[in-house]
Design a protein around this ligand. Structure first.
Ligand SMILES: C[S@@+](CC[C@H](N)C(=O)[O-])C[C@H]1O[C@@H](n2cnc3c(N)ncnc32)[C@H](O)[C@@H]1O
Length: 283
């Protein structure tokens, strides 16, 4: 089934991706308890620690579909999604301009101790989100690109070369093997990065895994309790998603409880894949 058909079942959230600051994003997503970045944080932390120990240097992570730098905020600081919801839904921000929000956020994040030495680069199709995340100091580097539709420019290719780990939450489905096929030649020029993607169950990761296999990668799905991404926006959305899952012959047990469910895929170069995932992330 095509991703575009599956996406049609999901509520359209694109109106909150392109604002100049994260207030609308967090206000809207608080209504559906969007929590996958929280669930992802311990796994991403473990992978960063593992790769840092191996490299004996700070790791560079690329957050694909990074939006306003949400994963960067959680990975760099001792914060969780509740903290971010509280911060960006504060009524005191109601009448602030985006510039005032950016200034206040830079100070807010500067004052919270940094808990990771990782460098975080972001890629997202939303230029306003990338600009915000760089200006607020959440991303070390960022690039606004839609690799589903555009080529990878040379400058972006150079920015991606140091990447040791590619992470994503809530992005696969918007991006497909097309984006990965354009990124992989750039990121594998030196060291070969690992890829850690949280993927909604209704999107098959297989086409991306096959693309990665052409670059010598092995992909494994973590065998564990599923990861709750968010609640359904409406009964209609839930019905639509249940239909898409059933049409692919997938069980619908988790989603019947009212939540979109994600799975975790780790893709590593063949020569790195001997160590069991559970040993690295402790599950
Ligand atoms: C559900 S949000 C997830 C954002 C963030 N990772 C999080 O978990 O909070 C999906 C993000 O994918 C981005 N996106 C959509 N299409 C994209 C594309 N073709 N390439 C890169 N990013 C894309 C959107 O702009 C949005 O920021």
């Amino acid at each position: 089934m095509l991703h575009v058909d599956i996406n049609a079942a999901k509520a359209d959230m694109t109106h909150i991706y392109g604002k100049p600051d994260p207030r609308s994003y967090f206000r809207e997503l608080s209504k559906v308890d969007y929590k996958i970045p929280d669930r992802a944080k311990p796994l991403f932390d473990s992978l960063i620690c593992h790769l840092e120990d191996r490299k004996e240097e700070p790791v560079c992570a690329l957050d694909l579909g990074c939006s306003y730098g949400v994963n960067a905020a959680l990975l760099k600081h001792d914060l969780d999604m509740d903290d971010l919801y509280e911060h960006w839904t504060d009524p005191l921000l109601d009448h602030a301009t985006p510039e005032q929000v950016i200034d206040a956020d830079r100070r807010f994040f500067d004052e919270i101790p940094t808990t990771s030495s990782a460098t975080i680069v972001g890629l997202d199709s939303s230029m306003p989100a990338i600009d915000y995340a760089k200006n607020a100091g959440l991303l070390d580097e960022g690039v606004a690109l839609d690799l589903e539709r555009e080529p990878l420019p040379e400058a972006a290719s150079e920015m991606l070369q140091p990447v040791d780990l590619i992470i994503s939450t809530g992005c696969v489905g918007y991006v497909t093997e097309t984006s990965f096929s354009k990124m992989m030649p750039a990121v594998t020029q030196g060291q070969k990065p690992w890829l850690a993607n949280f993927v909604l169950r209704m999107f098959s990761f297989e086409p991306i895994a096959q693309e990665l296999a052409t670059h010598g990668y092995v992909t494994e799905k973590l065998d564990c309790e599923p990861f709750v991404q968010r609640a359904f926006v409406s009964h209609d959305e839930q019905e639509g998603v249940l239909d898409k899952l059933a049409a692919q012959g997938l069980d619908t047990k988790g989603e019947e409880n009212g939540y979109l469910i994600a799975e975790f895929y780790l893709s590593r170069p063949q020569q790195d894949a001997a160590v069991p995932i559970g040993e690295i992330i402790g599950v």
